[in-house]
Write a protein that binds this ligand. Structure first.
Ligand code: FPP
Ligand code: MG
Ligand code: MG
Length: 401
């Protein structure tokens, strides 16, 4: 399956940016309360894949050489985001004459003054790839951090909802600290991500990323009502069960990746056409990514996956492999409808899925979305990052964890 020349080393392209990611996030997260500090940083100690920031950084590079709508200089991009983070840790102390606008951070003018007087913090220094002149702006690097924080917040909440006991081969946060602290830790991540987002001073990106947060909740909410099917249609609406599943998949996974890719392009000043390309790439790789995730729930061991497998059926969820298998084995319908909640349902559904073409069909659908992602990104001018994005897409189908 190797096409398009030699494999691009993404480590060489964006490794330095990714290396700073966890440290930068820790700096965005400090809390005066030691326990809140611990809970909100907890999932960042494990070796996450950081697939979302990786994609954001590669899209930044790949779109940096494409047509622009506005010119964004590295200096502009730097000044907007660099408010010293330690300010966030000050407790709110009302003072005489306080007009209620004190959020515990410096005003923009003060922040800009301090950043210009001190010169560029090496953490935000631009890194230009000398092979093809592609580059990443500090704001795009910060976007990667914001998105990883939102993703992690959703995992903290998700593990509470799913009652998960493991995550990334660690005890889950809810298991370690209890549900209440896990939920609040997630809320805190969202709040700090929102502050960092506001500091990008880009209304379009604020709107995109805020919509992502809403979509994550909508996707999770759709999933709560997943099993409510009647004659192959979802009781809630006019969608077929499969359409409902794909909509849910967009909301819970692909919205974040697609709107992050668009945001990365927008921060770079990309033309509307280029932003659309970034969006289409992200949407399709996101859909493929989740379809493969739902397939792996049936095909890999929990030690390999780092989280429980067969989990979806046990949660009462009918994902793509089951919905495809249902076409071959109509008896699955009643199990899906009752959310696999009777003795032996999970085992029976498991066996039927493995006997059916469901897993192969899921893979085929994921492959179609991978092809669409590649078709979109191929329209950008050639760069190492573009090749890396194509190769990343080709690997989605083969991933094991
Ligand atoms: C993982 O799914 C979960 C998500 C992709 C999104 C979860 C969203 C919420 C809980 C809504 C709240 C959102 C925010 C932003 C706080 P999964 O359970 O299929 O995956 P897993 O196997 O990794 O647990
Ligand atoms: Mg889960
Ligand atoms: Mg879940």
């Amino acid at each position: 399956e190797k096409k398009g020349g030699p494999v691009v080393n993404t480590q060489q392209l964006v490794g330095d940016d990714l290396k700073d990611l966890k440290n930068n996030i820790r700096n965005l997260l400090g809390s005066g309360h030691p326990m809140l500090d611990t809970v909100s940083k907890y999932y960042f100690q494990a070796d996450g894949k950081h697939i979302r920031p990786l994609i954001i950084l590669l899209v930044a590079q790949a779109t940096s050489l494409a047509p622009k709508k506005v010119h964004v200089s590295i200096k502009d991009s730097y000044e907007e985001i660099d408010t010293p983070i330690s300010e966030l840790n000050d407790f709110y102390i009302p003072t005489m004459g306080d007009n209620g606008n004190n959020t515990g951070s410096k005003s923009t003018s003060q922040a800009v003054a301090s950043s210009t007087s001190g010169g560029i913090n090496p953490i935000y220094a631009p890194r230009i790839n000398h092979a093809d002149q592609a580059f990443i702006l500090p704001s795009q690097r910060r976007l990667g951090e914001i998105v990883e924080m939102i993703h992690t917040a959703s995992l903290l909440h998700d593990d509470v909802i799913d009652g998960a006991d493991k995550r990334r081969n660690l005890l889950s946060a809810n298991e370690s600290f209890g549900n209440k602290m896990a939920v609040l830790g997630g809320d805190f991540l969202l709040a700090r991500a929102s502050i960092a987002l506001a500091r990008l001073r880009n209304h379009e990106v604020t709107e995109l990323i805020s919509t992502v947060i809403a979509n994550l909740v909508e996707g999770e909410f759709m999933q709560l009502r997943n099993g409510q099917v009647e004659n192959g249609r979802n009781r809630d609406g006019k969608m077929t069960t499969f359409e409902y599943y794909m909509e849910k998949t967009y909301m819970k996974t692909a919205s974040l990746i697609s709107k992050s890719c668009r945001s990365s392009a927008v921060l770079g000043g990309a033309s509307d056409e280029v932003s659309d390309i970034a969006y289409t790439y992200g949407k399709n790789i996101g859909l493929a990514f989740q379809l493969v995730d739902d397939m792996l729930d049936f095909t890999v061991s929990s030690a390999e996956f780092g989280k429980p497998v067969g989990a979806d059926l046990k949660l009462g969820l009918a994902t793509a492999p089951v919905l495809f298998a249902w076409e071959e084995y109509p008896e699955l319908g009643k199990l899906i409808k009752r959310n696999f909640d009777q003795q032996g349902d999970v085992e029976m559904a498991w066996d039927l899925v493995l006997k059916s073409q469901g897993l192969a069909q899921t893979r085929k659908l994921a492959q179609i979305h991978c092809q669409r992602a590649i078709a979109a990104i191929s329209q950008l001018p050639d760069s190492l990052a573009k090749t890396a994005l194509i190769q990343l897409t080709e690997k989605v189908l083969d991933r094991k964890k």
